[in-house]
Design a protein around this ligand. Structure first.
Ligand SMILES: [Ca+2]
Length: 228
């Protein structure tokens, strides 16, 4: 009986100190909505003539709710160096991925060849990442395939790779089956909750869309805090 009480007591102290720790962290890190600047919507409403498979999330009819992150986070990808699996893009240049222009215009995206391709952003230093936003192409209704988002400290992504998002439900890109849903591109971009993951490099895969076999990237934002 005595032993049981001790155990309970110990458990209570552990729970109490966990709570206190949480409160302390919350005080240190005040949260605020991400100060996103969205592009002009190029189209509105729901497509009527597209058949949606079970892997596609229906288009939301309401704007995305504000995303809370620690106050002071910045888009660390702005103006940063971009590399790619495609050494000679069909249209545009890789710097368009981080140039800040995310409008649905013909000169705002880089277009990579067919099949699985990636773009990679070097944040220049390690960072704690809270949200990643992707605009492939929001000029028309389309769903991109095999969207996989990874973070690592290794520019070759051979070690320490953390996968934040993967909707490759049939493993056609060979990085493993993903359980995330496919989704429609829109002016809001796709927001991926990165939950404070740490790393220097962000890599984003895709394998064409319902609109085209090619891979467009209009803009990628990586919201976080540099690790000093
Ligand atoms: Ca751009």
């Amino acid at each position: 009986m005595m032993k049981m009480m001790n155990l309970k007591h110990t458990a209570w102290i552990a729970a109490a100190s966990l709570l206190a720790g949480g409160a302390l962290r919350a005080a240190e890190q005040e949260l605020a909505p991400l100060p996103l600047k969205l592009p002009v919507p190029a189209f509105m409403g729901t497509p009527t003539d597209m058949e949606l498979g079970p892997h596609v999330e229906p288009l939301s009819e309401t704007p995305r709710p504000p995303f809370l992150a620690p106050k002071g986070v910045k888009n660390l990808a702005a103006g940063k160096k971009v590399t790619s699996s495609d050494k000679s893009p069909i249209t545009g240049t890789l710097d368009l991925v981080t140039d800040g222009n995310k409008e649905a215009a013909d000169d705002a995206f880089v277009e990579l060849h067919r099949r699985t391709q990636w773009v990679q952003i070097d944040l220049g230093q390690r960072a704690k990442i809270y949200a990643i936003l992707i605009w492939h192409a929001h000029n028309t209704y389309q769903v991109y395939h095999d969207v996989i988002v990874q973070v690592s400290d290794d520019p070759d992504f051979t070690t320490g790779v953390k996968t934040l998002f993967n909707n490759d439900y049939d493993n056609s890109s060979g990085l493993g089956i993903g359980t995330d849903k496919e989704y429609f591109e829109s002016y809001e971009g796709k927001l991926i909750d990165a939950k404070g993951v740490e790393g220097r490099y962000v890599r984003l895969y895709s394998r064409g869309s319902t609109y085209s076999a090619l891979n467009r990237y209009t803009e990628v934002e990586v919201w976080g805090l540099p690790i000093k």
